[in-house]
Design a protein around this ligand. Structure first.
Ligand SMILES: [Zn+2]
Ligand SMILES: [Zn+2]
Length: 311
């Protein structure tokens, strides 16, 4: 750290500061203004602010933060494929490996676009990728059968640590990619406030954000989620509610030793990670009321009979 420090031996001051600022978790960055001791001028979420705005957050005053919020809202309102994905010296994306041709950003206009934030070192990302590849092909197929429907594309936004990982990981992907290490990658992660990967952000044909929940929507509805619009999701949600009426209230699942109960958003469910396939889930699920074990309704495998009984 290129800055100052309270001596390690001075426990008293450390304790007093933690008490004064109610520090409960670390890392925590408290920011004080030079000209005021007013409590309202104390910012407690410095870490979050730096994550979101970087150096732009300086000098962390209320006015500066309001200005940044206004700018951010404007950026989202004026969002286009060109200002998201092109820079002053690059107006193309990388085509699918190994052809690696250049695909003009302008060719994306009018398509629904997924921005796929992931990295080879990210295990959930590696697990999700083959599933996304298969669904990508199915959506493309769906579109080709229905002329007049707009197109679909995905762009890989890489957090790989070196070019070799980028090359080998992106070779699994039949879609486009931002070049490895491109400055736009960081800018996009900030713009969409991406905190966890893998993350799939869906943009509409006009470049505006449709949803940041692409990953869980793919897990939930597979290719049927396309084009991810509110109207589409509402109709899928209704359909799911309808289907859930036919599901048993409780199930014995081969992968678990307690009985599981059918739950939904309204009855104790909510976003979850499926204990069977390790993927995100939302809406209807089977939940163990005893220990919290939860699976997608599609992931339940009948216990007993000739099936393999899990631990
Ligand atoms: Zn599952
Ligand atoms: Zn249980």
């Amino acid at each position: 750290m290129p800055w100052l420090a309270i001596p390690f031996s001075d426990l008293e001051s450390k304790k007093a500061l933690s008490r004064k600022f109610d520090v409960e978790g670390i890392p925590c960055l408290i920011i004080l203004q030079p000209d005021s001791n007013e409590k309202e001028e104390i910012l407690r979420d410095g870490v979050e602010l730096l994550h979101r705005y970087g150096v732009e957050a300086f000098p962390f005053t209320r006015e500066r933060l309001e200005e940044l919020e206004r700018e951010e809202k404007e950026k989202h309102d004026n969002q286009t494929f060109a200002n998201l994905l092109s820079s002053h010296d690059r107006d193309y994306l990388l085509g699918h490996h190994p052809t690696n041709g250049q695909v003009p950003v302008a060719s994306l206009v009018g398509k629904t676009l997924g921005l796929f934030f992931s990295a080879q070192w990210c295990l959930p990302g590696m697990k999700f990728t083959p599933k996304l590849v298969s669904i990508y092909h199915k959506i493309k197929q769906l579109i080709s059968e229905r002329p007049g429907v707009e197109g679909f594309e995905i762009v890989y936004v890489s957090s790989d640590r070196d070019r070799a990982s980028f090359d080998s990981y992106s070779s699994l992907m039949p879609w486009l990619a931002l070049p490895f290490g491109d400055p736009k990658i960081r800018a996009l992660a900030r713009h969409f406030d991406v905190q966890d990967i893998p993350c799939l952000i869906i943009l509409g044909p006009d470049g505006k954000t449709v949803t940041k929940q692409g990953r869980s929507l793919i897990n939930l509805y597979q290719e049927n989620a396309y084009p991810f619009t509110e109207a589409r999701l509402e109709s899928l949600h209704r359909q799911m509610d309808e289907e859930a009426k036919g599901l048993p209230r409780s199930e014995l699942h081969a992968g678990h030793h307690h009985e599981l109960t059918l739950v939904s958003d309204g009855t104790g469910g909510g976003p979850f990670i499926c204990c069977d396939c390790d993927e995100q889930g939302l809406g209807w699920a089977y939940l163990c009321l005893e220990c919290g074990y939860e699976v997608h309704t599609k992931c339940v495998r009948a216990a007993g009979g000739n099936s393999t009984v899990g631990p």
